[in-house]
Design a protein around this ligand. Structure first.
Ligand SMILES: *[C@@H]1O[C@H](CO)[C@@H](O)[C@H](O)[C@H]1NC(C)=O
Ligand SMILES: *[C@@H]1O[C@H](CO)[C@@H](O)[C@H](O)[C@H]1NC(C)=O
Length: 152
């Protein structure tokens, strides 16, 4: 009898341990970065702690408007918006392992690099793709997206 109970208990424990793990992800949202007015999340986080952000541009969260027409200002605001979204996922710039940067014109490349570089540790830079595209939504000059690992 005792052996039978032990066998049943062991079977139940094995069943729980071996049950297929359903992978999930959650939406990250914050008021400290612009709220999307289109069908997307600011970012998502997988159950293993990988964060994927949407593209961040130079819109100021409090006004909902592009900060200005200036490339440098848009670049700084885009990076700040990215930082705010990362923070909502318990991550920061140092947790970023990959970035994608879109520019409205390839002549923005040097200035973009100069400002981009100020936000990261030069000994541990994320991998990156950066390219010019024909147009960026809302007449933006730059748009930045990243992948990061949450600290929690
Ligand atoms: C960030 O950490 C806080 C405190 O541990 C937690 O409540 C929150 O759910 C975390 N955020 C995400 C997106 O995991
Ligand atoms: C920059 O990254 C290097 C290599 O991972 C690390 O040793 C150093 O402490 C980091 N510096 C800062 C300021 O975080």
């Amino acid at each position: 009898m005792r052996t039978l109970i032990l066998l049943i208990a062991a079977a139940l424990i094995m069943g729980v341990l071996c049950a297929p793990h359903k992978r999930t992800w959650r939406v990250i949202s914050t008021d400290k970065a612009p709220r999307p007015e289109n069908p997307r999340s600011q970012a998502i986080i997988t159950d293993s702690g990988v964060i994927e952000t949407s593209g961040c541009n130079g819109v100021v969260p409090s006004t909902g408007k592009m900060i200005s027409d200036d490339l440098g200002e848009q670049m700084v605001q885009s990076m700040r918006n990215l930082g705010a979204v990362l923070e909502a996922g318990n991550a920061s710039y140092e947790d970023v392992f990959k970035c994608t940067v879109l520019m409205g014109d390839i002549s923005y490349y040097d200035k973009m690099n100069q400002i981009y570089g100020m936000f990261f540790n030069s000994s541990k830079l994320p991998a990156r793709m950066a390219y010019a595209v024909r147009e960026i939504p809302f007449k933006g000059k730059v748009e930045i997206q990243c992948s990061a690992l949450s600290r929690d």
